[in-house]
Design a protein. Structure first.
Length: 712
């Protein structure tokens, strides 16, 4: 890993936290740390320094031997001093020398990937320093930093978080001490934020920690320093890939991109990756103007830099014989297989970045060399094969009409239906995004205090072991109190519970029945036995206690302030067991709401909080939700990638057949054109885990390969 004090490169996902070294900076360690003037001591200190120098040069065996010999000799000297830590006559400097030697040993073990041996040494160092000082002494921080870093390498992420958290607490306690190193604390906050973000999946805590780090970085270094820019980028990544708040992601990506463009060339891979991530957010947010600006400013975003050309050439010979290898010749292994065999960690991610094209790709389509930390996607491996045998197209010639026509002629009925419905869904999504931008412009529902959470991994009715009928009976006894509390919450934000909210002068229909409209507070009868049983069988594996919506209601708000006020009021009551904030993370159709489970008299109920202007369009969006729910289901990052791909493709047609506005005509335009982004989007949507149209997939990839090879 890179040095802690170096700004990580802008990438699609944040790099893992760096591991601090023991001591903080061996190169600056005092060679005459002990107060003794002793030839034997001088020899041992020289051995310790030699070991640390060997570690820095990568000669871990020699470094380990020197540091071990130094430690043993120093400990022999310490045995001659009978005073214990804290007693008069105890040689504190000698203890520090032993700690330095053990730190060098630990670093050498880390270099050799002997993490358990390093862990044992660092735990010993921590105990020694605690005994010599106290459990609250700032001198513990280097050992805690190393211990957390080693836990991280061992994938003991909870332990890493607790250890770094303790180091941060020490830093906060000693922040006003003379000579305190504030910069080290800022880097520690960044490491903790990345840990919460990537490994622990605690996105509210990650956002809070990033913002704390950012405030300190801006104050200490300013807004254009690489450290600060890296923090902007990581917050953008969090909003983009985890919270799925594309507008806020765009704000932070823009800040990072502006700064990095000033520091790097426009075609630097770091800049291009960041620009590509920003472009994806613009695609989902329908910011076509900014997308066009990025395309013009960074024309090499998709298949761009010299590194790609070099790596394709290096990949080509191995790819040709069917056994792709990294640029150093190591055979590549499929990431999904490696994770299944526990060869590598998934880090909680569903996406890995291809080191050739820079795209985020699902594990099943990525191949990696774990020795070199090199990944190549299936597309780039296939493209490398073209370097050995396929003649590239001349310039940017369009695909021959007969090639495009063959693919379109065999366009499957299901693919045609999918593309027509995709266009409809994108249209509704854009309308809902526009409604949200107009009516929720303050982004109050993106506040960290209103983030999604759950009090249990699997939420259940506490201690309930009875039948469905008994659950309904329990609910009937709670219904009156539930309605009383909810109506009071509605009134607290100046809404009249029984009033019908209007959108464009019309009430909001619940269903097709006449005069069955939403009220500001719309209660519902107890869920029926039949519907409970269906849910228990289909979704809950027969577990009755997981039914949480026997009692349910909807609250319809007219303003953003009222939505945030209702959620905050429920949280203040201390009855919320789970909050799903889909205003901050909308459904793929663009629908936004909050699903909240509250506990009333020991029974968990459900209340949904809506914005009137959005729920008025819910029926339009629900048609496409039902059609595409399987395509856009699954792990969050996989779903998000497909969503971004769909938005990149856009509305290529709205009707069936082969007329001007048909999806068939739209497909032909893409296959005969030179828009690499749309070609890649079309090919990804035609893969087996999406539309599963092999003929159209082949045609799109062929055209993409022709354009790419011709541009290299």
């Amino acid at each position: 890993m890179a040095d802690l004090n170096k700004a990580p490169a802008p990438v699609l996902l944040p790099p893992p936290p760096d591991t601090p070294t023991v001591p903080d900076d061996p190169g600056d360690s005092d060679s005459s740390c002990s107060s003794h003037i002793d030839p034997e001591l001088d020899k041992l200190l020289a051995l310790s320094e030699l070991g640390i120098a060997c570690w820095q040069k990568g000669d871990f065996d020699a470094g380990l031997a020197s540091c071990t010999e130094a430690r043993e000799g120093l400990e022999a000297l310490q045995e001659q001093n009978l005073a214990l830590p804290g007693e008069e006559g105890f040689d504190q400097d000698l203890l520090n020398d032993i700690v330095n030697a053990m730190g060098g040993m630990a670093n050498c073990h880390l270099g050799k990937r002997e993490f358990e041996a390093a862990l044992e040494l660092i735990v010993q160092v921590l105990a020694m320093v605690e005994a010599a000082y106290s459990k609250d002494a700032l001198e513990l921080r280097p050992a805690l930093l190393n211990l957390g870093g080693t836990y991280y390498k061992l994938r003991r992420f909870e332990d890493a978080g607790q250890t770094w958290g303790r180091a941060l607490d020490l830093s906060s306690k000693h922040a006003k001490d003379e000579g305190f190193d504030e910069e080290n604390t800022l880097h520690l906050r960044m490491n903790l934020a990345v840990l919460f973000h990537e490994e622990l999946g605690d996105y509210p805590k990650a956002l809070e920690t990033y913002q704390e780090a950012l405030a300190g970085l801006e104050k200490r270094f300013g807004k254009t320093n690489p450290h600060t820019l890296n923090c902007y980028m990581n917050i953008g990544i969090l909003y983009h890939t985890c919270i799925k708040s594309y507008d806020l992601a765009t704000v932070y990506y823009e800040r990072a991109l502006e700064g990095f463009v000033r520091q790097f060339e426009g075609d630097d891979p770091k800049v291009l990756k960041l620009a590509r991530s920003l472009r994806r957010c613009c695609a989902v947010s329908d910011n076509e103007a900014r997308k066009a600006e990025l395309d013009e400013q960074f024309p090499q975003m998709l298949h761009s830099d010299l590194k790609k050309e070099q790596q394709l050439i290096l990949l080509a010979p191995s790819a040709a014989d069917g056994h792709p290898a990294c640029p150093l010749g190591h055979e590549l292994e499929n990431a999904a297989t490696a994770i299944a065999n526990d060869t590598i960690s998934s880090k909680g991610q569903d996406i890995r970045n291809c080191d050739v094209c820079g795209e985020g790709v699902e594990h099943s389509r990525i191949f990696g060399c774990w020795d070199c930390d090199f990944d190549a996607c299936r597309d780039c491996i296939d493209l490398a094969k073209t370097k050995t045998g396929v003649t590239p197209a001349v310039g940017n010639q369009p695909m021959k009409n007969d090639d495009a026509s063959e693919a379109v002629m065999r366009l499957r009925t299901t693919t045609e239906n999918n593309l027509v419905n995709l266009a409809g869904m994108i249209r509704v999504r854009r309308e809902l995004n526009s409604i949200a931008a107009t009516n929720m412009s303050q982004n109050k529902m993106s506040a960290a205090s209103l983030s999604s959470f759950s009090t249990a991994k699997v939420l259940k009715q506490r201690g309930f072991t009875g039948s469905v009928e008994e659950l309904l009976e329990e609910g009937s006894g709670v219904l009156s109190e539930f309605n009383r509390i909810m109506r009071a919450v509605v009134e607290s934000v100046q809404l009249i519970p029984d009033a019908e909210p209007l959108v464009e002068g019309k009430p909001i229909a619940i269903d097709d029945r006449a005069d069955n409209n939403f009220k500001c507070y719309t209660g519902a009868p107890l869920k029926s036995v039949e519907r409970c049983n269906a849910k228990i069988i289909e979704e809950y594996d027969g577990d009755v206690s997981r039914v949480l919506d026997v009692i349910r209601a909807s609250i319809i708000c007219e303003t953003e302030d009222q939505v945030a006020g209702v959620v905050a009021a429920l949280l203040d009551l201390g009855i919320v067991a789970r909050l799903k904030n889909r205003f901050a993370s909308p459904l793929f159709t663009g629908i936004r709401d909050c699903l909240i489970n509250v506990e009333v008299d020991g029974h968990i109920c459900e209340v949904q909080v809506h914005l009137s202007h959005i729920i008025a369009r819910k029926h339009d969006a629900h048609v496409f939700y039902e059609y595409f729910r399987d395509l856009f289901s699954g792990a969050a990052k996989s779903y998000q990638r497909r969503m971004e791909t769909a938005m990149e493709l856009g509305e290529i047609g709205t009707t069936k057949g082969d007329g001007e506005g048909s999806v068939t005509a739209g497909v032909v335009r893409i296959l005969e054109g030179s828009d690499k982004f749309k070609l890649r989007a079309l090919s990804e949507l035609c893969e087996a885990n999406a539309f599963n149209d092999s003929m159209l997939l082949l045609a799109a990839r062929k055209r993409l390969s022709e354009l790419t090879v011709s541009s290299i």
